[in-house]
Design a protein around this ligand. Structure first.
Ligand SMILES: C[S@@+](CC[C@H](N)C(=O)[O-])C[C@H]1O[C@@H](n2cnc3c(N)ncnc32)[C@H](O)[C@@H]1O
Length: 363
């Protein structure tokens, strides 16, 4: 049934509307309400990049056009927004939605890879069904000296090791199954983006890499320069299990790793996240409280070591009842280690303590 949905400051016409819980079904003008929280974050991120001088924005896989239309309407700067989808029906819906919301934006009806051969952008959004891989090398041809990007992946089962062969085939990386698989999954995605960028002599630096429900999403910066790309490659490495999670860099593989290659560096830029948080606080957003909670997690995680430990898993191994999360963190900090929670899993924690110490404080 046709419907009009309200989100942020816009109203969007849809040919058909369903209440999805997961990634949703493919259809012209597709709209997934589960991603509203990300579109709120997206608007704040775009306001941040516009303040840094970005002018030309692309919503490359637009469906109903909601991301691009929200950016055009809600970013309080003078910017140009292209909104593209190759599906002719979606294109008609995008035009209608641009007109209905009275925003300054261009509807385009091209195959994204062809469009990216012809135009360059300061911000590129890639929000596909499933994996973003088919679009990443195309995107690298449309970069300026510095371009901000936002990339979604909904093939989380592949990235989290359920489909190991698919992960090796598509992302050229061995996934992690079990403890910390979600974080390893997003690090595989970021690692893949960074390695592809490096092969085009671009660096990639993530600003936020996160998961919510069924998707992974990465916000970051690509910058031209072989030296910068070499620097960014220093963040590619391997994961080992040696009395807890350990990482090594790409060239230093001294024993068989459990996963990788993947991004081992920071996945949150604390200072930029603080600026984005300020923008969010000033905006009227339906998911504001939930989004601010997530932002709090990102800031906490920015200071912690990569990869988390799952409390239920450890308690099962030790055949004991799991202590409360606050107690676990308190005990680790008392012993002089860093520890904190993670948005990847509520019943998990991050720490730089060895696994032997973790087990000791569990008992
Ligand atoms: C997941 S939907 C986008 C959802 C939208 N960004 C949102 O926030 O609601 C993916 C869209 O990409 C479009 N698409 C897929 N492959 C494409 C290509 N090669 N070029 C342009 N559009 C494409 C599909 O028609 C579909 O509308």
């Amino acid at each position: 049934m046709a419907a009009i949905v309200k989100e942020g400051k816009v109203e969007i016409f849809l040919e058909r509307f369903h209440h999805y819980k997961g990634p949703g079904k493919k259809q012209a003008g597709f709209y997934n309400p589960a991603l509203e929280i990300d579109r709120d974050l997206n608007v704040a991120f775009c306001e941040y990049v516009a303040a840094k001088g970005a002018k030309k924005f692309l919503d490359g896989l637009a469906a109903s056009g909601i991301r691009g239309i929200r950016i055009a309407k809600e970013v309080e700067k003078d910017i140009e927004v292209d909104i593209n989808d190759y599906n002719p029906k979606s294109y008609e819906i995008i035009k209608k939605n641009i007109e209905m919301n009275g925003v300054k934006a261009n509807a385009l009806n091209e195959n994204l890879c062809i469009l990216l051969q012809k135009r360059r952008y300061d911000y590129i959004d890639i929000d596909p069904y499933g994996s973003p891989i088919p679009f990443i090398s195309c995107m690298l041809r449309a970069l300026k000296k510095k371009t901000f990007v936002a990339i979604t992946a909904t093939d989380t089962a592949t990235l989290c090791g359920i489909y190991r062969k698919a992960c090796i085939r598509k992302y050229h990386s061995i996934p992690l199954k079990g403890q910390a698989s979600k974080e390893a999954g997003i690090r595989i995605l970021i690692g893949y983006i960074a390695r592809q960028a490096a092969s085009f002599d671009y660096s990639f630096r993530p600003i936020i890499g996160y998961t919510h429900g069924h998707f992974f999403r990465v916000y970051g910066i690509m910058e031209r320069g072989a030296r910068k790309a070499d620097e960014s490659m220093k963040n590619i490495g391997w994961i080992y299990w040696r009395d807890g999670w350990k990482i090594s860099d790409f060239e230093e593989m001294d024993e068989k790793p459990v996963a990788g290659p993947l991004w081992t560096g920071k996945i949150y830029d604390y200072n930029i996240i603080e600026e984005i948080e300020e923008i969010i606080r000033k905006k009227e957003l339906r998911k504001k409280e939930l989004l601010l909670k997530l932002i709090n997690f990102f800031k906490e995680e920015a200071e912690l070591s990569p990869l988390y430990y799952e409390s239920a898993f450890i308690a099962k191994e030790l055949k004991i009842v799991q202590p409360k999360m606050v107690k676990i963190i308190e005990r680790l900090e008392k012993k002089g280690y860093k520890a904190g929670r993670t948005h990847f899993m509520l019943n998990a924690f991050k720490t730089n303590a060895p696994y032997s110490i973790i087990k000791e404080i569990f008992r």
